[in-house]
Design a binder for this molecule. Structure first.
Ligand code: AMP
Length: 418
């Protein structure tokens, strides 16, 4: 497999799929440039090696071309970070894109307009009536497949080599994230973001230092089941926290008041506990929790056991005694994976537990523990607290990381490896 560090970029045009899907405010200013910053080392590597760059990305979920989701809004930011002027092709399939890519000189950079202005990028027919017959749907899909091939081939025609550095979309088999790779059988590689993500997650999944502890929070167990089960093969301890806990507590006969609960998942919750026992994984639940008499920032609160919540009250955050217990587990661990907040952290009052976890992870990292944080909310928590560079690795791809943890071979990774 080709590696970015060994590849000779001199005189080559590299088409790089990045994840520049950054949040913009109403004046189209970037409010969080993490994803752009992350891709800069890859982009600079190509330029330093004497190559030129064709940068491609999606932004938002447009249904067609629209100024709102134009990548022109981020040109200035990329120029500042790369320290060079960049060219812009206002239509990724247009003549200008083809012409500009053909005439790119070493050191030059071309940014293509939002790939998702074309349905071909994702390969899903748009404007298909919901009540369309199966036959019509089938024909539209077949037609889109053909169009997607042409779209992919044209993108590939712009360049001599392909780099995928968009971990956030690696779980999607889109034109620019997976399909394009086959046009570069000997000239395709991961960028540094992708390499870093794969190394970090593999460090937890494949070669972790034990004891390994996973902290899984968030709202629903239904979305985390596959990960929980997969992680049983890897972890020694699992802290199950957040809204997920109450389904387990109720399934075991506890009183959870009006806490979040997925009744239909209760049998599964019990079977998970059995599996944990069989695999020798120690499970930690909340113990004491902060409960509230309404799902509201100004609700009344008190502390009680997660299995003795009075009617009309709901569990909202981990209590101090629980956090103390978890701290002991975390301090005795050598590898920690954290996904999902341990409370309703959007409300300041119930963000205490989530912040404490972020603080503890930053602290144990100083003492040599490998700490991997992933998933939108937990990443937001460490970032807001300024701890993003105080943990070992922050995964930028929410959905992609979860699927990778589940053991699914991501199309974006497979396309480079095969
Ligand atoms: P997820 O997307 O599954 O990781 O869930 C994240 C959401 O879980 C956040 O919006 C949190 O507010 C929510 N959450 C965490 N703890 C609780 C809780 N005890 N009750 C309800 N929601 C919670």
């Amino acid at each position: 497999m080709q590696k970015i560090d060994n590849y000779d970029f001199s005189g080559k045009r590299a088409i790089v799929r990045v994840d520049f899907n950054v949040p913009l405010n109403e004046s189209f200013q970037i409010t969080d440039d993490t994803r752009i910053r992350a891709a800069i080392p890859t982009l600079k590597k190509v330029l330093a090696g004497g190559g030129s760059l064709i940068i491609m990305s999606h932004l938002g979920r447009p249904k067609g071309p629209t100024g709102k989701y134009s990548l022109k809004h981020i040109i200035g930011d990329i120029e500042t970070k790369l320290g060079t002027k960049i060219k812009f092709a206002p239509d990724c399939m247009g003549e200008e894109a083809a012409e500009l890519s053909k005439t790119l000189k070493p050191g030059e950079v071309l940014l293509l307009e939002n790939l998702r202005f074309y349905a071909e990028e994702e390969g899903k027919p748009r404007d298909l009536a919901e009540d369309a017959s199966d036959e019509v749907k089938k024909a539209a899909k077949a037609d889109m497949k053909e169009k997607q091939k042409d779209f992919t081939k044209k993108l590939a025609s712009y360049a001599d080599c392909y780099i995928n550095d968009a971990f956030g979309t690696a779980h999607r088999a889109h034109a620019s994230t997976a399909l394009i790779a086959k046009y570069f059988p000997n000239d395709k590689m991961f960028g540094y973001v992708m390499e870093g993500e794969i190394i970090a997650i593999d460090k937890v999944l494949k070669t972790p230092a034990h004891p390994v502890t996973a902290i899984l929070g968030g709202a629903k167990i239904s979305t985390k089941i596959a990960i929980i089960e997969k992680l049983f093969d890897v972890v020694d301890n699992m802290i199950i926290a957040g809204g997920m806990v109450y389904t387990f507590v109720k399934a075991q006969g506890g009183k959870i008041g009006s806490s979040l609960c997925e009744e239909d998942q209760m049998p599964l919750a019990l079977s998970i506990l059995e599996k944990a026992k069989a695999k020798n994984v120690k499970i930690y639940f909340s113990g004491e929790v902060v409960i509230a008499d309404a799902f509201s920032a100004d609700a009344n609160t008190k502390v009680c056991l997660d299995s003795e919540i009075p009617d009309g009250w709901m569990g909202m955050d981990a209590a101090e005694s629980t956090l103390k217990e978890w701290e002991g587990v975390l301090r005795a661990s050598k590898t920690i994976l954290w996904n999902g907040p341990v409370g309703v952290f959007e409300m300041e009052k119930f963000a205490v537990g989530t912040k404490k976890i972020a603080t503890m992870l930053a602290d144990v990292t100083k003492h040599g523990v490998f700490t991997l944080v992933g998933g939108g909310d937990s990443v937001a928590a460490v970032t807001q607290m300024g701890f993003a560079d105080k943990v070992s690795y922050v995964s930028t791809g929410g959905g992609a990381m979860l699927e990778y943890l589940e053991g699914i071979e991501l199309p974006g990774i497979k396309a480079i490896r095969e």
